[in-house]
Write a protein that binds this ligand. Structure first.
Ligand code: ANZ
Length: 820
C-alpha cells in the first residue's frame, strides 16, 4: 500500500478513541502520590462560531506537551470547556437575531465536535461552560467571599464608557483610548459600579513576577510589570489660601519642588469643584463639560495644544514661599496619584507646554548640558535654583536631591516618601444581559444585602423575545418579576442588583474548577486543587497578556488569603503563541484573506494541518499560511506511515542485535526530542523526526533492510514521536506494527546512553580568523593531539605559508585558531 485514506482513518479512530478514553485524568493517582502530576492548560474559547485557524494552532502546540507528558508516564490533566458568557457571544447573538443562550450552546456543540475530530487529548469528563448555572453559582459565591474580605466593593466614580457597546469597561479593556472589543472611542461617565480591590495586591503581583521570569514569555512579564506600574516618589502638601485642608500632590520628582510654579487639578476630580471660586465657576463648568464629552484619545494626545482654566485660587510653594496659581486641566487624570500635581515646566514637557499656553513662569532646577537647546530638561544634572535658609540642594544629582528633599519634607511634616501604582481596582459590573448576575439585593432599609449562599445561584431570567440591544442600563431591569424580591434581612420589598459580572470574572477561576468540575457542594475541592495546581503550562495568545493573566493571578492570591488554596500563583509556566496570518497580514473578512480551518481539514486531513502548524515556526512566532505546505506535510506523513508496512520483524524483537548506525540515529533523536519538547522547540522536534524517517527509509532500501530489528525500533520511535503531533497517523502506524492501541499510552522509548556517544566530531581550523580546514576527530581528543593534527593539515600549512606561528588557541574537540 502506498497511501492511507485520511478521512477513513479519522472516522475510524475517532470512534476507537471514544471507547478507549485514554485521556481521563485520575485524581486518586495524584492524591495518593502514586504518579506525579502535570496540569496542561490552554485558554478555553469563546463560543462565537466554529473553531478557526487560531484555535487549531494553539491546541496543536498545547497537545504536543500534554501528549509528551503522558508518554513520559505523568498523570496528565488536560481539560477543556467554554468561556461562554460575555459580550462577544451577546453581540453575535443580537446580530444573528438569536437568544444568547441558543446561539452560545449551539456553537458549543459545533466546537465540541470540531475539537473531537481535531483529536486534541482533552479530558472531556471535566468539561463545563461558564454560563451553566452549576458554574456561575460558584462565581457568585466567590464574589460574596471576596466582598466579605473587603475585596469587592461598590463606589461612585468616573468610569470608562463604550458608547457603542453601551457599557462600562475596565481600564484593561481600553486600548489606546478605544474599546478593546469594538474599537469605538471610549468616553467617561460618573457611575456607581462594583470593583474588585486588585490594588490590595499590587506589590505582591509585581514581586512574584520575579519568580515567573524564567518560565513565562518575557513579553508577558514585561507587560504585567508596566501595567502594575510601580513608581517611587512623594506626597507633598500645599497650603491653599482660605482652605483648611492641604492640597496633596503625587510627584516622582520631589527634587524639583523649587521649580513648581503652578498647580494643576484634574478637571473631573471632585477637588477642582471644591477649589474653584464663584467668579471662575461658570468658566470652569463649561470647560469640564467639554472635557467630559471628549474621548480618552483626545485627552491623552500630545499633539493637541494644552487646555485648562484658572480656578482663581493660589497655593503656597512650601520651599520658595511663592503663591502659585491653581488650574484645572484634562492632562491630569482624576484617578491617578491624588488627581492633582505640582507643575514643574523646567523639567516636565507637559507642564512646559501648559506654561507656554498660559504664560506661566519657568524656573529650571536641574542644570541642562551646555549645548542644550530643548525645552523641559528631564535628564540628570546638578541641582540649581534650589536653596533657601533651611535646605540647600545646589549641585546635588537628581537621586540625591530627591532623597534630601523627602527627608526635609518628612522632618517638617510637609510631605512624605511614597510608592504609587498605575494599577487600578478592577471594575467588574456590566450593564449587559449575558453574564453572571451580581448576587446582591438593594433594600431601602438594610442597604446592600448579600444573597444568602443557600439561595445561589441567582439565575439569569430568560427574557425570551426581549430586546437585548445595549441601551446603557442593564436589560435585567426590565424583568420586574425577577428584580422585585423580599429583603433577606428584613423581609421588606427590595430589588436585585441588575448588573452582570464582566466575563473575565468567570475565567479568573476556571482553572480551579477543572480539578473538581462536578462538585455541587463547593466551588472546588481544595485538596484536589492543591494536588493538581499550579498549572504546569498555560498556553494562549498575547492579547490576554495583561487582562486575564493579571485577574487570574489576583484571584489566586485572594483565594489563598481566604484559606482556599495553598499556593501563590496559578500558572507555573506561560507560553504565548503567535498568530496564523495569510500573505503577511492578519486574516480578516475585509481583506478576504481568511483561511477556513474546515476547508484545510477537508483538503489535507487533521494530522497534516496539525503538523504544518507545529512545524512552521517556533511557537511564539506568527505563521504565514501562504508560506507553508500542508500538502508537503501530508506527503511526509504518508512516507512515515509506509515505513510501518516495511517492517518485517516481530513485535518484541531484541533491538540490540540490530544495525548500530541506525540505532544511534534513533536514540539520539529520541533523546533530543525530549529536550526540544521541554524547551518548547516543537518545530525542531518535528525536523528531527523527519530526519529519522529519512534515515530509516535509507536503511530499508539500501541498508540492512526491513527485517533488521533496528528498523523496527526506529519506526516504533517514529510512531511515538508522531503521536505528539499527528495522532491518527501514529495510531495507524502503531496498529500496522502489530501493537494494541493506543499509541498515546505507548510510553516514551528508553534511551540507551551508550548509543548517544558520538564517533567523531567536526573540528574547525581557523588561520587569521578564516576557516581553512575541517577535521573529523574523536570527541575526546586531547588539546595537544588536536593542535598537532591541525598544524599538519596541508590546507592549513598552505594558509600559514611559512609565516611564524604566534599563538595557537585550542578548544578541543571543536575549534583550533592559529594566529600568525
Ligand atoms: C512634578 C514633576 C516634575 C513630575 C518633573 C514629573 C517630572 P509616573 O512616573 O507615571 O508615576 N502626575 C502625578 N499624578 C498625575 C495625574 N493624576 N495625572 C497626570 N500626571 C500626574 O508619573 C508621576 C508624575 O506624573 C508625577 O511627578 C507628576 O508630575 C505626574 F520634572 O511631579 B511629576
Amino acid at each position: 500500500d502506498q497511501h492511507y485514506d485520511v478521512h477513513e482513518v479519522e472516522a475510524r479512530w475517532q470512534q476507537g478513541w471514544e471507547d478507549l478514553q485514554p485521556f481521563t485524568a485520575d485524581d486518586a493517582a495524584v492524591l495518593s502520590g502514586e504518579r506525579e502530576k502535570r496540569y496542561a492548560l490552554t485558554m478555553f474559547p469563546y463560543p462565537s462560531g466554529d473553531l478557526h485557524m487560531g484555535h487549531a494552532e494553539v491546541t496543536a502546540l498545547h497537545d504536543v506537551i500534554a501528549r509528551y507528558w503522558r508518554q513520559r508516564g505523568y498523570e496528565v490533566m488536560n481539560p477543556m470547556g467554554w468561556d461562554s458568557f460575555g459580550l462577544p457571544a451577546e453581540n453575535a447573538a443580537i446580530r444573528n437575531d438569536a437568544h444568547p443562550a441558543d446561539y452560545t450552546y449551539g456553537n458549543i456543540d459545533t466546537q465540541f465536535e470540531s475539537f473531537q475530530k481535531y483529536a486534541v487529548s482533552f479530558d472531556w469528563t471535566r468539561r463545563f461552560n461558564t454560563s451553566d448555572p452549576d458554574y456561575y453559582r460558584w462565581t457568585q459565591w466567590l464574589f460574596l467571599r471576596l466582598r466579605e474580605k473587603g475585596l469587592a466593593y461598590r463606589k461612585n466614580s468616573p468610569v470608562n464608557w463604550c458608547p457603542n457597546d453601551q457599557t462600562v469597561l475596565a481600564n484593561e479593556q481600553v486600548v489606546d483610548g478605544a474599546c478593546e472589543r469594538c474599537g469605538a472611542e471610549v468616553t467617561k461617565r460618573e457611575l456607581t459600579q462594583w470593583y474588585f480591590r486588585t490594588t490590595a495586591y499590587a506589590q505582591e503581583l509585581l514581586d512574584s513576577l520575579d519568580d515567573l521570569q524564567s518560565t513565562w514569555s518575557t513579553k508577558v512579564v514585561n507587560a504585567q510589570r508596566n501595567w502594575i506600574g510601580r513608581s517611587e516618589g512623594a506626597h507633598v502638601d500645599f497650603v491653599v489660601a482660605g482652605r483648611e485642608e492641604p492640597m496633596t500632590v503625587y510627584t516622582t520628582r520631589p527634587d524639583t519642588l523649587f521649580g513648581a510654579t503652578f498647580m494643576v487639578v484634574a478637571a473631573d476630580a471632585a477637588l477642582a469643584d471644591e477649589l474653584v471660586t464663584d467668579a471662575r465657576r461658570p468658566a470652569f463648568e463649561a470647560y469640564r463639560e467639554e472635557v467630559r464629552r471628549s474621548t480618552e484619545i483626545e485627552r491623552q494626545s500630545t499633539e493637541r495644544p494644552k487646555t485648562g482654566v484658572d480656578l482663581g485660587v493660589t497655593a503656597t510653594n512650601p520651599l520658595t514661599g511663592a503663591e502659585i496659581p491653581v488650574y484645572a486641566a484634562d492632562y491630569v487624570l482624576a484617578d491617578y496619584g491624588t488627581g492633582a500635581i505640582m507643575a514643574v515646566p523646567g523639567q516636565d514637557q507637559r507642564d512646559w507646554d501648559f506654561a507656554q499656553v498660559f504664560g506661566l513662569p519657568v524656573v529650571r532646577t536641574v542644570q541642562p548640558p551646555e549645548d542644550w537647546e530643548g525645552e523641559a530638561f528631564t535628564g540628570d544634572g546638578p541641582a540649581i535654583n534650589s536653596a533657601n535658609d533651611d535646605i540647600d540642594l545646589s549641585g546635588l544629582s537628581v537621586e540625591d536631591a530627591k532623597r534630601t528633599t523627602i527627608a526635609f519634607l518628612e522632618e517638617r511634616g510637609l510631605g512624605r516618601g511614597t510608592v504609587n501604582f498605575r494599577l487600578r481596582d478592577w471594575l467588574l459590573s456590566r450593564q449587559r444581559y449575558w453574564g453572571a448576575p451580581i448576587p446582591i439585593i438593594h433594600c431601602p432599609v438594610d442597604g446592600e444585602v448579600a444573597v444568602p449562599d443557600d439561595q445561589l445561584p441567582v439565575t439569569l431570567p430568560e427574557l425570551r423575545g426581549a430586546d437585548l440591544k445595549p441601551k446603557g442600563v442593564s436589560p435585567l431591569g426590565a424583568a420586574t418579576d425577577w428584580v422585585d424580591v423580599e429583603c433577606p434581612t428584613c423581609g421588606g420589598p427590595a430589588t436585585r442588583d441588575t448588573d452582570t459580572m464582566d466575563t473575565f470574572v468567570d475565567s479568573s477561576w476556571y482553572m480551579f474548577r477543572y480539578c473538581s468540575p462536578h462538585d455541587d457542594t463547593r466551588a472546588f475541592d481544595s485538596d484536589l486543587v492543591n494536588a493538581w495546581m499550579p498549572c504546569d503550562i498555560y498556553i494562549g495568545g498575547d492579547e490576554h497578556a495583561v487582562l486575564h493573566l493579571l485577574y487570574a493571578r489576583f484571584f489566586t492570591k485572594a483565594l489563598r488569603d481566604l484559606g482556599l488554596v495553598d499556593f501563590d500563583e496559578p500558572f507555573a509556566a506561560y507560553l504565548s503563541q503567535g498568530k496564523v496570518i495569510n500573505n503577511g497580514r492578519k486574516m480578516s473578512k475585509s481583506l478576504g484573506n481568511g483561511v477556513s480551518l474546515g476547508g484545510q481539514l477537508a483538503d489535507y486531513g487533521v494530522d497534516a494541518v496539525r503538523l504544518t502548524l507545529v512545524f512552521a515556526s517556533p511557537p511564539e512566532d506568527n505563521i504565514d499560511w501562504a508560506d507553508v505546505s500542508p500538502a508537503g506535510s501530508l506527503r511526509f506523513l504518508q512516507r512515515a506511515w509506509r515505513l510501518a508496512g516495511d517492517v518485517t520483524s516481530e513485535v518484541g524483537v531484541d533491538a540490540s542485535a540490530g544495525d548500530e548506525a541506525l540505532r544511534k540515529v534513533t536514540h539520539r533523536t529520541v533523546h533530543e526530542a525530549a529536550e526540544l519538547v521541554e524547551g518548547h522547540r516543537f518545530n525542531v522536534m518535528v525536523a528531527r523526526t523527519m530526519e529519522l524517517v529519512n534515515a530509516v527509509r535509507k536503511a530499508i532500501d539500501s541498508g540492512p533492510g526491513g527485517a533488521d530489528p533496528a528498523v523496527r525500533e526506529a519506526v516504533e520511535a517514529v510512531a511515538v514521536l508522531l503521536s505528539l503531533v499527528a495522532p491518527y497517523t501514529a495510531e495507524e502506524m502503531w496498529a500496522r506494527l502489530g501493537h494494541e492501541p493506543s499509541v498515546a499510552n505507548a510510553g516514551w522509548p528508553t534511551v540507551d546512553e551508550a548509543l548517544l556517544v558520538e564517533d567523531s566530531v567536526t573540528c574547525v581550523v581557523q588561520v587569521k580568523g578564516k576557516v581553512r580546514a575541517r577535521l573529523e576527530v574523536s570527541p575526546d581528543v586531547s588539546d595537544a593531539d588536536l593542535e598537532a593534527a591541525a598544524l599538519a593539515d596541508p590546507a592549513v600549512q598552505k594558509a600559514i605559508d611559512g609565516a611564524p606561528v604566534r599563538k595557537v588557541i585550542v578548544r578541543a574537540p571543536k575549534l583550533v585558531n592559529i594566529v600568525v
